[in-house]
Structure formats: structure tokens, C-alpha cells
Write a protein that binds this ligand. Structure first.
Ligand SMILES: Nc1ncnc2c1ncn2[C@@H]1O[C@H](COP(=O)(O)OP(=O)(O)O)[C@@H](O)[C@H]1O
Ligand SMILES: [Mg+2]
Length: 353
């Protein structure tokens, strides 16, 4: 089932929680709404679900306009952050609840519930009560409950945020796998950029009720359209410099840095960003590629060794620092604090705003 959201606005009093948002989600797509707390993700998801009524705009499931019809007629399954599992009902009865509410016959209910529980790997735990389950199992009950009605659209609002870090990573893989098997169109809400990058077909990055960028994970990471997206997704070094009148050269303090294609008059402000992994040390670069790279001298201010990678704080100038990450794990290539080094980067990878 494809979903089309057209110019949706939702207000609470004078707060515009969602402002004129338009999105198109493809059939079977895993689509994520990503943004900081309060940016309108839940509000937009609830508009799609039918739990609130937008002041303006239209929502379509396939060709059918749904924004005026009630939530239980939209064919959606919803998973909430706090599970919303009934504490006094067994696992079985929690999952069967939606089917009973739909007046389905008992002999039809049983196989559907069993199938949903198998899918989330809870087979055998039918008679447990919620207080006998772990956080991960509770969330699986909530997912089974959403899936048992065989919805055409699955909506998930920060479903993993109550779990600890390790379980979160495990469960996001399970959710993705389940979604692939069922090919169910899914809209997933999270404020966690790494989770969004790892799980999604496409991501809409939201801020203050608007969608700043829509793209595949590597698109929003490698070509963020503005400072907000560049800063919110991943780690980045922001620089504020001044034009020099020479093509591609920008002065930041006493340091000259190269950026792509920009000729700015001396003194004009230039704002740009370089990802930590864009900085390389000479031994990582084959000779024939060095000519295209910009080189500068730096000093290692801090080293954080993590085994599979190393994080460096570099001093590029008196009061100009930058972060660099290196996946070179050879001990002889580790740099030490206080050491001087040459760093290189490809000016084409610099993002100018
Ligand atoms: N029921 C409500 N009444 C009043 N304001 C609300 C209500 N729900 C959300 N808001 C406001 O709308 C904005 C977006 O909230 P929300 O959609 O919950 O953001 P997110 O899910 O991205 O954290 C926030 O400013 C929030 O305070
Ligand atoms: Mg929310």
C-alpha cells in the first residue's frame, strides 16, 4: 500500500506541530521520520493513523483518501513507545484483543494469533502475563498485536526507546527482517540517527514541523542539504571562514582550507562542513590519488583508541580544531598526542552552505 501525504498541517492552539508536509511513501517501503524531540514526528504519525485530525491537507492510502475516516477503518497496525500492552491480559489475549474487537470467530482467531506470535518469536509464551516478560519480549507482544490484524500499513513510534542499547540494536534488526518478509509498508519514527540510517529504505529528516530532506540513508548522510541535516546526522566539523578572492580557498583564522568551486570576495563569510572520515593521513592514500587532495599540517591534540577505529582531535591552527576518524588499525600507524602530522582531504567532499 503506497501512502501520499499532501500539504498536511496540524496545530495545537498556536503551535504548528506539522507545517505543510508532503511525502510519498512507496508500497513495501521502510520509511523513517527522523528528527529531534518535539519536531512533530509523533503528531504526523498520529495524523496518518487517524488519531488526530489535521487542520489542512490530505492523506491517501493508495488511491483512497483516508484523512476523514476513523482510525480503526484505515487498516493500520500501530506500535507505541510504551508498548501499551494490557497488564491484566496474557500474551495470547493481548494479541487476540484486536481480533475479538473485530468480532472474529474464536476458531479463526487462534491460528492468526499463533502465527503472529511465531513471527515475533514468542511461541510458547502464550500464557505469560506482561509482568513475567522482559522489555524486549513486551515490545514483541506489541508488534505481534499490531501485525495480527494483517494491516496494510505498519506505524511505529520510537518502539525501541525503552530498551537498553544492546537490545535496541538487536531488535531493530529483527523489525527490519520482519518487515522485509511481510513486505508491509512501514512508517517508523525515531530521534536516533544511527537507528534511522541502519534500518530505513528512505528517511525524512524533520525539524520544527517541516521536512528538511528526504533521501536514502547515504544521501542524507553524504549530501545533507543544509546545516541542520549535516549537524543532526552523524558527526561533522563545521567551519566558518572568509573568502580570499581565490577559487576554492577560504581562510579560517590563520589557516587556509580548500572548498569546491567557490570564489568568494575577501572577507565574505563562507560556512562549510567536513566529515571526520574525510580527513586522511598520507599512508592511507595511493600515490596517484594524492594530487587531487588538499594537504595541511596539523597536530594531534587528543587520541581516543577504540580498537576497530581511532578518533583524533586535530589542531589545524591556534584556535581551529577538527575531528578525524581512522579505520587504520595497524599499531605502527597510530598517531600519538602532541605529534605533528600531515592530513589530506578531497575538497569535493566538503559541503558548503
Ligand atoms: N496534544 C498536544 N497538545 C499540545 N501540544 C502538543 C500536543 N502534542 C504535541 N504537541 C506539541 O507539538 C510539537 C510536536 O510534538 P511531537 O509530535 O510529539 O514531537 P516529536 O514526536 O517529534 O517529539 C511539540 O511542540 C509538542 O509540544
Ligand atoms: Mg514523539
Amino acid at each position: 500500500m503506497s501512502i501520499r501525504i499532501s500539504k498536511v498541517t496540524k496545530r495545537f492552539g498556536h503551535i504548528e506541530a506539522v507545517k505543510d508536509v508532503s511525502l510519498e511513501i512507496k508500497t513495501g517501503e521502510f520509511f523513517t521520520l527522523l528528527g529531534p524531540s518535539g519536531c512533530g514526528k509523533t503528531t504526523l504519525l498520529r495524523s496518518i493513523a487517524g488519531f488526530n485530525q489535521p487542520e489542512a491537507g490530505e492523506i491517501y492510502f493508495g488511491d483512497k483518501r483516508v484523512d476523514k475516516i476513523s482510525a480503526h477503518k484505515r487498516g493500520i497496525g500501530m506500535v507505541f513507545q510504551n508498548y501499551a500492552v494490557f497488564p491484566h491480559l496474557t500474551v495470547y489475549d493481548n494479541v487476540a484483543y484486536g481480533l475479538k474487537a473485530r468480532k472474529m470467530q474464536t476458531d479463526e482467531i487462534k491460528p492468526r494469533v499463533e502465527k503472529a506470535l511465531q513471527m515475533v518469536r514468542l511461541g510458547g509464551l502464550e500464557n505469560r502475563l506482561p509482568n513475567q516478560l522482559s522489555g524486549g519480549q513486551l515490545q514483541r507482544v506489541a508488534i505481534a498485536r499490531a501485525l495480527v490484524i494483517e494491516p496494510q500499513v505498519l506505524l511505529m513510534d520510537e518502539p525501541l526507546s525503552n530498551l537498553d542499547a544492546k537490545l535496541r540494536v538487536e531488535m531493530r534488526g529483527e523489525i527490519r527482517e520482519l518487515q522485509r518478509q511481510m513486505k508491509i509498508t512501514t512508517i517508523y519514527v525515531t530521534h536516533d540517527q544511527e537507528e534511522a540510517l541502519s534500518i530505513s529504505d528512505r528517511i525524512a529528516v524533520m525539524n520544527y514541523g517541516v521536512v528538511e530532506q528526504v533521501g536514502r540513508p547515504w544521501e542524507v548522510y553524504s549530501t545533507p542539504v543544509n546545516r541542520f541535516v549535516a549537524g543532526f546526522i552523524g558527526t561533522t566539523n563545521f567551519f566558518e571562514g572568509e573568502g580570499t578572492g581565490q577559487e576554492g580557498l577560504v581562510r579560517v583564522g590563520e589557516v587556509l582550507l580548500k572548498v569546491p568551486r567557490v570564489i568568494r570576495p575577501a572577507g565574505e563569510k563562507v560556512f562549510f562542513a567536513i566529515r571526520p572520515e574525510a580527513f586522511k593521513v598520507p599512508e592511507q592514500i595511493p600515490d596517484e590519488e594524492r594530487a587531487d587532495l588538499f594537504r595541511l599540517q596539523a597536530k594531534v591534540a587528543k587520541v581516543e583508541y577504540l580498537g576497530y577505529m581511532t578518533k583524533y582531535d586535530l589542531e589545524l591552527g591556534k584556535s581551529l580544531n577538527a575531528k578525524m576518524v581512522s579505520y587504520d588499525v595497524l599499531p605502527e600507524n597510530l598517531r600519538r598526542e602532541g605529534e605533528s602530522l600531515e592530513v589530506l582531504y578531497d575538497p569535493q567532499r566538503v559541503l558548503v552552505y
